[in-house]
Design a protein around this ligand. Structure first.
Ligand SMILES: Nc1c(N[C@@H]2O[C@H](COP(=O)(O)O)[C@@H](O)[C@H]2O)[nH]c(=O)[nH]c1=O
Length: 137
């Protein structure tokens, strides 16, 4: 999660209305993919980390600084759906996202898919990233 927070920090203030999110995917103790929200806000961190991880995402753990989105404003598949579809075993989230596109729905989708969830790891450190973030209503 420290690595995910460090990644997110690199894009704070550069992602428009979107929060800067960091995602690190770990399997068998090795990083197999990582990503950070792109300048302008898209693609999302998880999308990029999953592309990098490829089949390595199956059975892996994702460390994400913010709740993975449960819906995209474009109608594209949400990050929680992509994580579940990739066969992720566990997702560890630092902070909640109160956005209308998340708001617990990302977590619910992952839980329904049987993904193990842990919340709050390094939550205070990660929350610092989001002091200026205003979740979409
Ligand atoms: N940037 C970011 C997230 N941003 C969240 O996803 C919502 C929908 O984003 P969009 O479809 O791009 O408009 C956005 O309002 C915010 O709550 N979520 C994530 O899982 N990962 C990311 O990297």
């Amino acid at each position: 999660m420290r690595r995910a927070i460090a990644l997110a920090r690199t894009q704070v203030g550069r992602t428009g209305d979107n929060p800067s999110v960091g995602c690190v995917i770990v399997r068998d103790g090795a990083v197999v993919g990582e990503g950070v929200t792109a300048p302008g806000g898209r693609p999302h961190a998880e999308e990029q980390a999953l592309i990098q991880a490829g089949e390595g995402a199956r059975g892996a753990t994702a460390y994400v600084t913010l709740e993975p989105c449960g819906q995209r404003s474009s109608g594209a598949p949400s990050c929680s759906a992509l994580l579940a579809q990739a066969g992720m075993a566990r997702v560890v989230v630092a902070c909640d996202d109160a956005s209308t596109f998340a708001g617990g729905r990302g977590m619910a989708r992952l839980r329904a898919a049987g993904v193990r969830l842990d919340q709050g790891l390094l939550g205070a450190e990660a929350a610092d990233l989001y002091s200026a973030y205003r979740p979409a209503k």
